[in-house]
Write a protein that binds this ligand. Sequence first.
Ligand SMILES: *Cc1c(COP(=O)(O)O)cnc(C)c1O
Length: 392
Amino acid sequence: MNFATKLLHGTSCYDKVTGASSVPIYQASTYHQGDLDRTGAYDYARSGNPTREALEEAIAVLEGGARGFAFASGMAAISSVFMLFSSGDHLVVAEDVYGGTYRFLTRVLSRLGIEVTFVDSTRVKEVAAAIRSNTKGIYLETPSNPTLKVTDLAAVCSLARELGLLTIVDNTFMTPYYQRPLDLGADIVIHSATKFIGGHSDVVAGLAVTRDAALGNELYFIQNGMGSILGVQDSWLVMRGLKTLKARLDVSSKSAEKLAAWLNQHPAVQKVYYTGLPEHEGHQLQNEQASGHGAVLSFDVGSRERAKALFDRVQLPIVAVSLGAVETILSYPATMSHAAMPREERERRGITDGLIRLSVGLEDADDLIRDLEQALSGLPPHEEKAFTYARG
Ligand SMILES: *Cc1c(COP(=O)(O)O)cnc(C)c1O
């Protein structure tokens, strides 16, 4: 089955009991047990609910894994997966992971005696060099946020496999439509389903999929034990969003490509980050390990003053934290996603005061270009010293 068909028919596309065309919302916390000696398929809704299960089965099929899990948020999925590790373990983590992941690792897991080394995961040698005798896992995100650095998933996964380490990949930016980390050797895939999978900026949710059933049982034990499950209404909303994932991404990614090329030749823009641009450092690798470049791009207008002027003038995109929705979202990493990072660290990663992230939605691409054109045309001139690097 091809991906488009799998989205609708990968698991049961109608309710097996009634034939209903969408999975019913089983709004129940517990289940009547007819026989005290033999519990039914469901006993208590934290442990299992048919609505949540339908979503969990759907994401497992799409990622090509043994078992899927739905959590209350992306961070609930991420923190639950980290609970697979124990005091004394060491993890190697990509340095530009999602801010919330960085915060959980450095402020919570560190208290529990789990050590972390952050590395530039685009250099496989750096990943290898960080591995110690007590290393148990490698955690990646590719392309990374917001400068879209690409990590070689097959290379890192094979390194991890040789040493018996778990590889975990946050696949939020790509979704299983463009990238399937389990096929490339990863053990666990995670999503903030708040983004492209939900797709409509109306639900907060997280998903995780394990490659094999044994690891699935371990994660189930944690999901049930920690209790950060996704509620039934939100499970239903995520399934509703998931059905149109390919249709939405086809349009948004095509527009993102058009916008990236247009911004790339605009004199008011210093640099564009999009893996679909041939001059992007990760372009070739992205073409090899993923089937698309996605709908998120970033561009640098040179200074905070110029970025602010653009935000003041732009009319179509909503200005917000988040991405991956039907509407175009413009964000300012320096004070939004990366506010907690010291300026020097931030700038070393290209997250300058002039950097703007654009998550392209379903508006007409030419309307978006017209809006950005009028916004860019009103920027104040560059301060000479704001030029820290050349274009391209
Ligand atoms: C948003 C996001 C998360 C966190 O997900 P929530 O649903 O907000 O908890 C994790 N990883 C990435 C890449 C994200 O964009």
